[in-house]
Design a protein around this ligand. Structure first.
Ligand code: AMP
Length: 113
């Protein structure tokens, strides 16, 4: 999508510190990290949010989960990390391109704020 910052990162038009990539997904470090390790895992294809995903996206959503696990390994965080998506403005979503936050490297509180 033309105006989507994460589509631009996926296309290589905007710089990001990419830590994992494959044909369908990409993971890069968050610009404003909320933990010592904070990456964003996204599908290359534009899906606005998890609730916008359709049945035809099921395979891609599975790949996204695997990409997150691989990203955790690349970042040496596989033993303890949190994977979360903010779905909708009230939940904190500020970029309308589906993404999972992968957070690690500090004690993560529960319930989250
Ligand atoms: P959310 O608020 O859940 O939609 O998450 C969006 C995240 O994207 C925030 O944590 C931002 O810090 C991050 N972000 C926005 N623009 C960029 C960018 N160009 N490169 C890396 N992270 C970004």
């Amino acid at each position: 999508m033309a105006d989507c910052i994460f589509c631009k990162i996926a296309a290589g038009e905007v710089n990001a510190k990419v830590v994992y990539e494959d044909a369908d997904t990409l993971a890069f470090l968050d610009l404003n990290p909320q933990a010592p390790t904070h990456a964003l895992v996204i599908p290359r294809r534009h899906i606005p949010s998890l609730t916008a995903a359709e049945d035809t996206d099921a395979e891609l959503l599975g790949k996204l989960q695997l990409a997150a696990a691989r990203t955790a390994k690349v970042l040496k965080a596989e033993s303890a990390f949190r994977l979360v998506t903010n779905n909708g403005k009230a939940a904190g979503q500020s970029v309308d391109h589906l993404h999972y936050h992968l957070l690690a490297g500090r004690k993560l509180l529960w319930p989250p704020g």
